[in-house]
Design a protein around this ligand. Structure first.
Ligand code: ADP
Length: 475
């Protein structure tokens, strides 16, 4: 079994302290990965700090060219990295390839944005003064990323941080380090100066503390659970460390009677089942207008039953395994809880087989508003559905959550679309669109779903300081 290295100060380094990488389709390890202690992470931060002055000095265009070369390398190695991603994460191969395509697009987007970190000149109020607003990179950035989109969620941090002239230390999730190693390999092949990008792995809590407490680390950018987000917020207080946080979601979907029916069924299906339901913008709760409720249940259940479940490496698979035992246990607990509270099970509901972490695509109707699956992210192909009567009721139920990452609505009524856009409490709103993410637009959450935005032009702002320079001049 191969043991993979980390990427520290321009070198691939294997250590004695190794962790297994598990294939969720079998539950068995298929590789090993090196890990390091907190002290070695502190060294990585120092090395990133040493690499900062010459990296920031390059023009945005020059840094953008490096990003383009990383993108080209990712494209060249697409099939192999996609396979590795499916093996460590479980997602169907076609979806790993889509994730790589999106990662390439992010790199290209930020390669372009690197040239556009504009400042401005502001009109003066006092004769003999001139005012400039300039934007400068921050220094060493720490990125902590989750397992569900192991490549693209790292790239949407690494690419803008580097484009803006920062250096970065990435700590991926323990379940999926090899996709992140793919980035390191592409960075190395692209010839980035040593220390500009580094990959670390080890016990998450002490590494998180190092990032929080090390004054050379100027910002932490994190995607993961609200629980860990709160640990970072508490820890950031002492050093007043800036944070960008993409935390959990609990996305509602509203299907109105005036929607294009087939389009709504397909849109809800993709929003629910993409990435095996393990996306923070996954449709978690589905609300359907009463007049089309029965018809929707029928059509949607038929589509869910037809999905092919299996090892993501097999052709034609729609639904792979969940990430681990804990993910499976949570999904089954949410189903049991909903049924106990009176939900009707229309399909699925059980684990498949003993090997790997597979769950049947599941549809439940008449799900109680206070069921766990309506309150928390289920992170599985489990669809709880409820009926609503009026738009006001639908909006009230949609917003009745502490999360605010994404929301979906299916309707052909333009007036309603504008009312929904303005009243739904979510950072991303998909109207007749089950896959709303794009490199070009900001992504992030309201309420407890986080702080700040990634992607779009906001994505690079998150890694720039703003300075006002007041010039006293004799003119
Ligand atoms: P999930 O529940 O999806 O696994 P987590 O928030 O636990 O989400 O994990 C997201 C990332 O946060 C992973 O890289 C994980 O290692 C890291 N992490 C977990 N605990 C901590 C912690 N105490 N401090 C910093 N990072 C952490």
């Amino acid at each position: 079994m191969k043991t993979y290295p980390l990427y520290l100060n321009g070198e691939f380094i294997a250590t004695d302290n190794i962790w297994p990488v598990i294939n969720p389709a079998t539950g068995e390890p298929f590789a090993r990965v090196s890990t390091i202690e907190r002290a070695r992470v502190a060294q990585a931060v120092s090395d990133a700090h040493a690499a900062f002055p010459s990296w920031r000095k390059l023009t945005g265009k020059a840094r953008g060219l490096f990003l383009r070369t990383i993108a080209d390398e990712l494209e060249r190695r697409r099939d192999e990295i996609a396979r590795t991603m499916t093996m460590e994460n479980g997602k169907p191969l076609a979806q790993s390839l889509t994730e790589i395509a999106m990662s390439i697009d992010h790199l290209q987007w930020f390669a372009e944005e690197a040239r556009r970190t504009y400042g401005r000149q502001v009109p003066h109020q006092v004769d003999g003064k001139r005012h400039l607003v300039i934007r400068t990179p921050m220094g060493v950035i720490a990125a902590i990323t989750p397992w569900n989109f192991p490549l693209v969620l790292a790239v949407r941090k690494v690419a803008p941080a580097l484009a803006a002239g920062n250096t970065i230390v990435l700590k991926p999730a323990e379940q999926t380090p090899l996709s992140a190693l793919g980035i390191a390999e592409c960075v190395s092949a692209a010839g980035l100066p040593k220390g500009v990008f580094q990959l670390v792995l080890g016990d998450a809590a002490p590494i998180g503390q190092e990032f929080l407490q090390n004054p050379l680390c100027r910002k932490i950018t994190f995607t993961g659970s609200t629980e860990v987000g709160k640990i970072l917020i508490a820890g950031a207080a002492q050093g007043v460390k800036p944070l960008s946080l993409e935390l959990g979601g609990n996305a509602p979907v509203l299907v109105f009677e005036d929607a294009d029916f087939e389009r709504a069924v397909e849109g809800v299906l993709i929003a629910k089942t993409r990435n095996i339901g393990q996306s923070c913008i996954a449709a978690n709760r589905i609300y359907v207008q009463r007049s089309i409720y029965e018809k929707f249940l029928d059509a949607f259940t038929r589509r869910m039953k037809a999905l092919k479940v299996g090892n993501g490496l097999e052709p034609g698979v729609d639904i792979g395994p969940l990430i681990d035992e804990a993910g499976l246990t949570k999904a089954l607990a949410h189903i049991e809880d909903a049924v106990t509270r009176g939900a009707h099970l229309l399909c699925g509901g059980k684990r498949i087989g003993e090997k790997g972490f597979f769950v049947e695509p599941t549809v439940m109707a008449e799900v109680a508003e206070d069921a766990l699956c309506m309150k928390e992210e289920t992170f599985a192909p489990v669809a709880p559905i409820r009926a609503f009567s009026t738009e006001d009721e639908a909006i009230r139920m949609a917003n009745d959550t502490a999360s605010g990452l994404s929301a979906y609505a299916f309707t052909n009524n333009l007036d309603r679309v504008f009312r929904l856009m303005e009243s739904l409490e979510a950072g991303t709103i998909g109207i007749n669109d089950g896959v709303p993410s794009t490199s070009n637009c900001p992504f992030g959450g309201l309420k407890q779903s986080g702080w700040g935005r990634e992607l779009g032009s906001e994505g690079i702002d998150a890694f720039l300081e703003t300075k006002h320079v007041s010039l006293g001049l004799q003119i």
